[in-house]
Design a protein around this ligand. Structure first.
Ligand code: KIV
Length: 273
């Protein structure tokens, strides 16, 4: 199969996203991990495609995002970038590739940008990782922040419940968002926090705020592709809107295929040479 890329499409850049925030135009973001899905997604006019480390859960079947490696993220991102014509492609820095020291963080980010052709990276955390964020930004690599529920810290949190419901965590989150904006991040993801808090973050900073389980009063929304398509039936948080029931659709189709083979109905005369 050949890969078609059109040069006529107006591409989404970090500047386009900034203008969208100023104009009050909502930003649509979704995850992708492979070429075929990314090609369909890009044709919808989606603004941002995130090669999320949720690949660890939905593609590899791990219980958390912690096991996925930099090489595996690079493999997924390279496949996605090949399919994208218009959207901005952001790649998650996997656990363990940026928390230790800022030099290692920069070399991880450089590998992602050089080897995948993606446009930006995403990192979880605020003050704790700000040195790494600064070093990566100073190398000219756009950084998206991620606050609230940070799945890479699940063993610290101990649970996937809503974050920042208490005053001290909420005020740290507000400060972290400001810190990330001041450092030069182009956008921030807020995951699973009270809608009121997310709205006040979005009001208090100039860069776009993209929510997942963060209510309607932010600048954009993101969902994990496999969750919104209903491929994964075991995950149903309140914030998830399912747009399809692909689990049943795929199961039905493969069931019919299996039956047709068993019944000697496939292939028929027209389906052979
Ligand atoms: O990895 C991921 O899919 C994410 C989204 C939930 C924002 O970080």
């Amino acid at each position: 199969m050949s890969v078609h890329k059109s040069s006529k499409v107006k591409k989404v850049t970090t500047h386009v996203l900034q203008a969208m925030k100023l104009q009050g135009e909502r930003i649509a973001m979704i995850t992708a991990y492979d070429y075929s899905m990314a090609r369909i997604i890009d044709s919808t006019g989606i603004d941002i495609v995130l090669v999320g480390d949720s690949a660890s859960n939905v593609m590899a079947g791990n219980e958390s995002t912690l096991p996925i490696t930099l090489d595996q993220m690079i493999y997924h991102a390279t496949s996605v970038v090949r399919a994208i014509n218009r959207a901005l492609v952001v790649v998650d820095m996997p656990f363990g590739t940026y928390q230790g020291n800022s030099r290692e963080a920069l070399s991880s980010a450089i590998r992602i940008m050089k080897e995948t052709g993606a446009h930006a990276i995403k990192m979880e955390g605020g003050a704790e990782i700000i040195e790494s964020v600064g070093r990566i930004l100073s190398a000219g690599i756009p950084v998206m922040g991620h606050l609230g529920l940070m799945p890479q810290s699940i063993h610290k949190f101990g649970t996937y419940v809503v974050r920042a419901t208490e005053e001290d965590e909420a005020s740290k989150l507000l400060k972290d968002a400001q810190l990330l904006e001041d450092a030069g991040c182009f956008a921030i993801v807020l995951e699973k926090i009270p809608a009121k808090l997310a709205a006040s973050v979005s009001e208090s900073i100039r860069i776009p705020v993209i929510g997942i389980g963060a209510g309607a009063d932010v600048d954009g929304q993101v969902l994990v592709l496999h969750d919104m398509l209903g491929i994964n039936r075991d995950f149903s948080p309140r914030f998830l809107r399912r747009y399809h029931n692909l689990y049943e659709e795929i199961k039905g189709a493969v069931q019919n295929y299996t039956n047709d083979i068993k019944n000697r109905d496939f292939p028929n005369e027209k389906e052979q040479y």
